[in-house]
Design a protein around this ligand. Structure first.
Ligand code: GDP
Length: 526
C-alpha cells in the first residue's frame, strides 16, 4: 500500500452540528481530552478546570468577545488521526458554518435529549443533505431529567428524515442515570457520576442476562430487558452502507458534562465514518488517494493572532500531500505560488506544518490574494464545486459617518465579502451599499472590523429588502431585456455577480412569473 493510501486511511474529518446549548463545546472539550490534546494545552496554560480548558484559539475568541471562528483541531484516537472542525456555539451563525460542512466527511449531531430536535439542528441537517454527509448522533444530557428516549429518537426520524439505529441505549436518566447498554457488543457500561473531568475506567458487564447486571443496577436491569424489545421494534438495525449514504444514523446516549458516552461515539466515528472522500470538480472527480496535491479554501479568517496581523485561508486538502515549501497552482489566477509556512492548530497551538495529507486542514497566510472557493492544485486546471454562498436573509444600508471615506468603505466591504464575512450589494441605480447577512451578528462584526481594520466609521440604516437572488439566463437577449426591465431591482454583489434585490417576497414571485426564462438562485457557488 502506498504511503498516501495509508495516510488517507487513517484520517477522519468531521464537524459538530447542534443547536446552541446542546453541548457542542463540552463535547469538544471531552473529545480533546480523549485525544490527549488538552493535557498538552493544559501544561502550556497552567492547569485549569475542564470547564475552562479550551484551545488557545477559543480563548482568543472569548477575549475578542465574539466566537464566530471555526476552529480546527487534529488529534490521534484509536489509531486514527481525527480532524475536528468546530463552529463554537454562538447565538448567531454565519455562512462559515455552512461552508465548513463542505470541508468534512462526516458530522456529529448533538441533541439535548431534554429538548429534542431544535431549529438550528434542522437547518444544519438540511445543509449536510446537500452532500449526503454521514451523520453520527449523540443524545446528550442524560444526567438530566430528559424526555423519553424513544420519543426523541422518533422525533429525529420524523423531522430530520433519517433512520435511527441506536448503538447504545440509556438505562435510567437524571440522578438515576445508570449507564448504557451496547446493542452491538451486548455489554452494559456503567455510569459513575462526578467523573466528568477525567477519562473514567470503564465498568463493563457482559451479557444482558448476566445476574451481575441485576446486582449492579437493581430493577433497572429488568426494565432494560423489557424496554429493549420496544426499542428494537421502534428503531433500525445499524447498516454501514445506509450510514455512509446519509440515510441512517448510529445513535449514542450519554452526558458530555459527565464525560460518559463520548468515547463510545468516538469509537463509532473511527470505526465507521468515512476516510477522506472523493470531491467533485468542474472537470472530474478527485480521489484522496491520488498522489498529486489538490485542495480548496472554505474559509478565510482575519486577525486570529494579534501577533500575526494577516488573514488565514483554511484549505481542505482533497488529494496528495502538502510539504513545507511546495509550489501550488492557484487556479483562479493561474499562478504558481510557493507555500512555505502553512499552519495547523494542533491542540490550540499555532504551529508550522511540515506535511499534511488529504483530509487535513491547513491554514495559508493570505495577503488578500486568496478567496473563498479557490482551488489549489499541482498544476491541473480544475475547480472544486459545491462551496456555496447563501442568499442573505437580512439587509441593511450601510452609511459613513465621514463621507470622504467612500473608497475605504468600498474596499473594506468587498474584502470582507471575499472572506465570506458578509455580503455586499451595490444597486445599479444608486450609490448605496447594501449589506446582507445570514445572521444578525455578522452586521456587528462588519462594523467593528471596518473600524479596526479599515479605519472607517460606519453605521446602518434600515432598508426594505426582503431577499436577494442571484440571476442568470441561458439566452443573452432575454437576459438583456430582463436587465432593462428590472434595472431598479438589480445590484452587483462583491464579486460583480448580478443580483435581484426584492423589496418583498410577493415582488420576487411576480418577477419570477414575468421572467420565466430567468433563473433566480438561492445559492451561488464560489
Ligand atoms: P454549546 O452551546 O452547544 O457549545 O453548549 P455547551 O457545551 O456550552 O453547553 C451548554 C450548557 O449545557 C453548559 O452549561 C454545559 O455545562 C451544559 N451541559 C453540556 N453537556 C451537559 C450534560 O451532559 N449534562 C448537563 N447536565 N449539562 C450539560
Amino acid at each position: 500500500m502506498s504511503v498516501q493510501q495509508q495516510e488517507v486511511d487513517l484520517r477522519r474529518t468531521f464537524a459538530i452540528i447542534s443547536h446552541p446549548d446542546a453541548g457542542k463545546t463540552t463535547i469538544t472539550e471531552k473529545v480533546l481530552l480523549f485525544g490527549q490534546a488538552l493535557q498538552k494545552a493544559g501544561t502550556v496554560k497552567g492547569k485549569k478546570s475542564g470547564q475552562h480548558a479550551k484551545s488557545d484559539w477559543m480563548e482568543m475568541e472569548k477575549d475578542r468577545g465574539i466566537s464566530i471562528t471555526t476552529s480546527v483541531m487534529q488529534f490521534p484516537y484509536n489509531d486514527c488521526l481525527v480532524n475536528l472542525l468546530d463552529t463554537p456555539g454562538h447565538e448567531d451563525f454565519s455562512e462559515d458554518t455552512y461552508r465548513t460542512l463542505t470541508a468534512v466527511d462526516s458530522c456529529l449531531m448533538v441533541i439535548d435529549t431534554a429538548k429534542g430536535v431544535e431549529d438550528r439542528t434542522i437547518k444544519l441537517m438540511e445543509v449536510t443533505r446537500l452532500r449526503d454527509t454521514p451523520i453520527i448522533t449523540f443524545m446528550n444530557k442524560m444526567d438530566r431529567d430528559v424526555r423519553d428516549p424513544i420519543e426523541v429518537m422518533d422525533e429525529v426520524e420524523d423531522i430530520l428524515k433519517i433512520k435511527c439505529a441506536p448503538i447504545t441505549w440509556p438505562i435510567g436518566m437524571g440522578k438515576e442515570f445508570k449507564g448504557v447498554y451496547n446493542l452491538l457488543t451486548d455489554e452494559t457500561i456503567l455510569h459513575q457520576s462526578g467523573q466528568g473531568h477525567t477519562i473514567q475506567e470503564k465498568r463493563i458487564i457482559k451479557g444482558l442476562d448476566n445476574p451481575e447486571l441485576d446486582e449492579a443496577i437493581g430493577h433497572y436491569a429488568e426494565d432494560l430487558r423489557d424496554e429493549l424489545e420496544l426499542v428494537l421494534g421502534a428503531s433500525h438495525e445499524f447498516d454501514l452502507d445506509e450510514f455512509l449514504k446519509g440515510e441512517l444514523t448510529p445513535v449514542f446516549f450519554g452526558t458530555a458534562l459527565g464525560n460518559f458516552g463520548v468515547d463510545h461515539m468516538l469509537d463509532g466515528l473511527t470505526q465507521w465514518a468515512p476516510k477522506p472522500l472523493p470531491r467533485e470538480t468542474d472537470t472530474r472527480t478527485v480521489k484522496a488517494e491520488e498522489e498529486k496535491f489538490s485542495g480548496f479554501v472554505f474559509k478565510i479568517q482575519a486577525n486570529m493572532d494579534p501577533k500575526h496581523r494577516d488573514r488565514i485561508a483554511f484549505m481542505r486538502i482533497c488529494s496528495g500531500k502538502y510539504e513545507k515549501g511546495m509550489k501550488m497552482k492557484q487556479v483562479r489566477i493561474g499562478k504558481d505560488v510557493k507555500i512555505a509556512d502553512a499552519v495547523t492548530f494542533m491542540a490550540g497551538d499555532r504551529s508550522n506544518v511540515e506535511q499534511a495529507y488529504a483530509g487535513d486542514i491547513i491554514g495559508l497566510h493570505n495577503h488578500g490574494s486568496i478567496q473563498i472557493g479557490d482551488t489549489f492544485t499541482a498544476g491541473e486546471m480544475m475547480k472544486f464545486s459545491g462551496i456555496p454562498n447563501f442568499a442573505p436573509e437580512m439587509f441593511r444600508r450601510i452609511r459613513l459617518r465621514d463621507p470622504l471615506k467612500t473608497k475605504q468603505l468600498q474596499k473594506g466591504l468587498i474584502q470582507l465579502s471575499e472572506e465570506g464575512a458578509v455580503q455586499v450589494f451595490r444597486p445599479l441605480n444608486s450609490n448605496d451599499m447594501i449589506v446582507g447577512a445570514v445572521g444578525v451578528l455578522q452586521f456587528e462584526v462588519v462594523v467593528h472590523r471596518l473600524k479596526t481594520e479599515y479605519n472607517v466609521d460606519a453605521l446602518y440604516e434600515p432598508i426594505s429588502v426582503a431577499t436577494a437572488r442571484w440571476v442568470s439566463c441561458e439566452d443573452s437577449k432575454t437576459f438583456d431585456q430582463f436587465q432593462k426591465k428590472a434595472h431598479d431591482n438589480l445590484a452587483l454583489d462583491g464579486g460583480d455577480n448580478l443580483t435581484y434585490i426584492a423589496p418583498t417576497m410577493v415582488n420576487l414571485s411576480l418577477a419570477q412569473e414575468r421572467h420565466p426564462d430567468v433563473e433566480f438562485h438561492k445559492t451561488r457557488e464560489h
